[in-house]
Design a protein around this ligand. Structure first.
Ligand code: GAP
Length: 514
């Protein structure tokens, strides 16, 4: 646990030191769970968004994009169920006065049990070496089986109590497990209460006429209310999808873990409109397709897993998370939800406008069913960033900090260095940059010895460093160094662009999804 916390602290401080993420309004001591993306962070975020958009919109001829407003008519949220049901169970500690999500307290307790299982597996791997059979060990080691049973029983009870809205039992569970306030160690808890997560605001010039609005807590509703407009103007036939990326806002109770859980964040969502009855097939399709998208980035199959929901949201008939191994354990990265016709039917009911599709094959009208894929852009950023940050032991006994971002997502693709600041080398370096900058983000660096410049770019996540030396003036060649292998090659300046292109081209990365 201490190592996890330590690793996570390193991620947060690296993100700040290298211009990726800053605390919002830092000069005023910051705003809790609100963050700003700095010069490198803004580029990384843009590249992740583009990687998603290309995979979802550009590569699917039956999916189109949308950019709906953050403000929506307030009835939207009554219809969607958010006014009545978009809440989290909260609990206060009477001594520390700290507020927690009751379900998260229990889940953190279970995560500790899972940590113990992982420890046992590690010990056994060491003990048995190549002969170790993980599956058999998990199924037969009595201590591990007991841990697993305990974790499952706790989660089942939590799920059931939440589903039945039995908040008294959630408190009882916390007391039975003797969960203490992480800040004070006190076990003196209030009752569990529901807390609505939507932020309210007002629209209008005067207090008397102002209209109460909400900041959208998900982008999905902008898609639902535009469903018919888009379908008619694009002449889409079912099955088809509408995708959008944009800000969402939630007044999160547990707002820690850096950009994992924020109060203002960005979602990348796609609603896929289908024939009623075909939801099982499409739910399976999108689960598989979205996992392929993640795996295409090469961040390790072992770092992902599906988690099928036992407790379903008010709109879903099936739901699963794609979980990622964050520095603090496996947590939700993306949700795939079979939302039935709940949203469209509700908007039809509340607006009094028909939201039906005329199916020419079947010669009838119906309200389509929807399968949704929903991923947090900031959470994806954290997955990519934390997984890429590595400390490497080198052969000469030193270590280097390297940010092994997938090259396709790296904010800067190459840094160009003149070996020395004279003899025409800076001029040639600038010439190379002037050519490359039309295709890639590149930067110039002439400060310090080349070794230090390499280290700086390693920590920055830059996949290539190009060094211009005296030989370059004679034969128009440069040294190109690869971030991950640290290998250096002498290549013609005229070949540099194609070498970089081969590694960073979105097409070749996305082709891995096939
Ligand atoms: N439209 C469905 C929906 O919003 P959700 O599971 O509440 O479903 C989808 O959210 C995704 O949005 C999550 O998997 C997560 O990646 C991201 N997300 C949700 N709340 C977040 C928060 N407070 N901060 C950052 N990302 C968040």
């Amino acid at each position: 646990m201490a190592k996890q916390e330590d690793d996570f602290k390193k991620v947060i401080s690296h993100a700040k030191e290298y211009g990726y993420v800053f605390q919002s309004s830092e000069i005023y001591d910051g705003l809790s769970a609100v963050y700003d993306y700095a010069q490198n962070g803004a580029e990384l975020k843009k590249n992740i968004r583009e990687y998603w958009w290309k995979a979802m919109v550009q590569l699917n001829d039956n999916i189109v994009g949308l950019d709906a407003a953050i403000f929506m008519h307030p009835t939207t949220w009554k219809a969607s169920g958010h006014v009545d049901a978009f809440s989290d169970p909260l609990i206060d500690n009477k001594d520390s006065k700290k507020r927690y999500r009751a379900d998260v307290l229990v889940e953190d307790y279970v995560a500790k049990i899972e940590g113990k299982i992982e420890k046992e597996v590690k010990k056994a791997t060491k003990r048995f070496g190549d002969a170790f059979d993980k599956e058999q060990f998990l199924a037969t080691n009595q201590r591990v089986v007991d841990y697993q049973e305990k974790a499952t029983t706790i989660l089942k009870r939590l799920g059931k109590s939440l589903e039945k809205e039995d908040l008294a039992d959630v408190k009882k569970l916390i007391e039975e497990l003797e969960i203490a306030c992480p800040m004070s160690g006190s076990k003196n808890w209030t009752d569990v209460k529901q807390f609505n997560l939507m932020f309210g605001t007002k629209l209008g010039a005067s207090a008397e006429t102002a209209m109460d609005l909400y900041l959208r807590p998900e982008t999905a509703q902008g898609i639902f209310v535009n469903f018919l407009n888009v379908q008619k103007t694009s002449r889409m036939k079912i099955p088809f999808g509408i995708a959008q990326t944009g800000k969402a806002f939630r007044n999160e109770i547990v707002a820690r873990q850096f950009i994992f859980r924020m109060r203002e964040f960005e979602q990348m969502e796609m609603q896929f409109f289908i024939k009623p009855g075909s939801q099982k097939e499409w739910y399976g399709h999108w689960k598989e397709h979205r996992m392929k998208w993640h795996l295409s980035l090469g961040m390790g199959e072992d770092n992902y897993r599906f988690h099928d929901h036992e407790k379903l949201a008010h709109y879903a008939d099936a739901a699963a998370d794609i979980e990622f191994r964050f520095p603090f354990g496996f947590k939700e990265l993306e949700g795939i939800h079979s939302r039935t016709d709940f949203d469209l039917s509700k908007h039809q009911e509340f607006s009094g406008k028909k939201l039906q599709y005329f199916d020419t094959d079947e010669n009838k009208n119906y309200v389509p069913y929807v399968v949704e894929t929903s991923i947090g852009l900031d959470r994806m950023f954290l997955a990519v960033f934390s997984n890429s940050l590595q400390e490497e032991e080198l052969e000469n006994g030193t270590t280097r900090t390297v940010l092994k971002l997938p090259a396709v997502l790296a904010p800067t693709k190459a840094a160009v260095f003149p070996l020395v600041k004279k003899d025409g080398l800076p001029e040639l370096a600038h010439e190379i940059i002037d050519d490359l900058k039309w295709d890639f983000n590149v930067l110039y660096d002439q400060k310090d010895a080349v070794g230090r410049r390499y280290r700086r770019q390693d920590a920055n996540g830059t996949p290539f460093c190009i060094t211009v030396d005296h030989q370059s003036l004679e034969d128009k060649t440069v040294t190109i160094r690869h971030r991950d292998t640290m290998e250096q090659q002498r290549v013609a300046i005229s070949d540099v662009k194609s070498i970089i292109h081969k590694e960073v081209d979105m097409k070749s990365w996305l082709m891995k999804m096939k």
